[in-house]
Ligand binder design. Structure first.
Ligand code: BMA
Length: 306
């Protein structure tokens, strides 16, 4: 007989969702969603993805003492103005953030006629340095692992044309190679439309725990964005141990079902606390910033057996 699991969901939405909305911003804005979050010293800092009524996207800082509420909106992050950047980045969106040693690396999708990944770094989560593009066109959702693997910086990336997740490696964060496919959409029961990586992979004794977004397409036209988990080998991060059969989050709340794009939960980052609990930050319906609670153990249970 199949094992029966407790009714308690492995990921539980914060009752105060959405935590950040456009009307909290001190400037004109139609949505705040898919933001990147990190704990810096004793503050929770988010790089908010803000979208104006002209659909131009920009990044703005926010911080909170607890990661759930009392958000104080900070400065807009200045983006490079040189023509080479602007040529490929009419807009920029979907930030991800990873701390490696004492530096925060913030990757994001730059988009003009096609998607291309950009990289910025920061030591203090207040000022940011443009490091350059880290892919050619045709890539989005690049997210760095929190440490070098076999002596090389390692990242997850998603080639735009296909619904797949790959790993890529670099000696210096500028030159990338040694690409390997980690999974494609057929490996996931709820992501036959497309898949892509979410936040920083989590190192556990059992392997890299990776949260990904997955899209199912219903009635041939309606896209539903979910989140799922996959576990991969610590020394060979593209080698899959198992993909969880159950999605961990699926659009079920009004702020996920009705917004700009209906039926979207888009997890873009998470913070793992010292006790193993996890705050998962996600966008609802391309309009609202939300958070949910989980833990490494609960996500491992999905990855390994459910
Ligand atoms: C993806 C990205 C996300 C967005 C999602 C749903 O392709 O563009 O920014 O949240 O689609 O529209």
């Amino acid at each position: 007989m199949r094992k029966i699991y407790s009714k308690k969901r492995p990921v539980r939405r914060f009752a105060g969702n959405p935590i950040i909305t456009a009307d909290m911003m001190p400037f004109s804005c139609r949505g705040v969603f898919n933001s990147a979050a990190v704990k810096h010293e004793d503050r929770y800092v988010m790089i908010l993805r803000c979208e104006g009524y002209n659909f131009y996207n920009f990044f703005c800082l926010a911080e909170s003492p607890n990661g759930y509420d009392s958000w104080k909106i900070g400065d807009i992050i200045p983006m490079p103005e040189d023509p080479e950047y602007v040529k490929y980045a009419r807009v920029q969106y979907d930030p991800r953030i990873t701390k490696i040693d004492d530096t925060y690396y913030f990757t994001f999708c730059c988009h003009a006629h096609e998607a291309r990944m950009g990289l910025m770094s920061s030591k203090d989560m207040r000022s940011f340095k443009w490091e350059g593009f880290i892919s050619g066109i045709g890539f989005r959702n690049t997210v760095l692992f929190p440490e070098k693997i076999n002596g090389l910086y390692t990242a997850l990336e998603r080639p735009n044309a296909v619904g797949e997740i790959w790993t890529t490696q670099s000696p210096d964060l500028h030159f990338w190679g040694n690409q390997n496919r980690l999974m494609n959409n057929n490996d996931c029961t709820f992501g036959w439309g497309k898949i892509g990586p979410c936040g920083t992979p989590i190192k556990t004794p059992k392997g890299w725990l990776i949260i990904f977004h997955a899209v199912s397409v219903v009635c041939d036209y309606e896209y539903l964005y979910h989140a799922g988990v996959v576990l991969t080998e610590l020394d060979h991060p593209h080698k899959v141990i198992r993909v969880g059969d159950e999605c961990i989050l699926t659009p079920e709340m009004p702020y996920e079902n009705f917004g700009h794009t209906p039926n979207v939960v888009f997890a873009s980052s998470h913070i793992v606390e010292p006790d193993g609990s996890i705050k998962i930050y996600y966008g609802g319906s391309d309009r609202y910033q939300c958070v949910a609670d989980s833990s490494v153990d609960e996500l491992l249970e999905i990855a390994l057996e459910r």
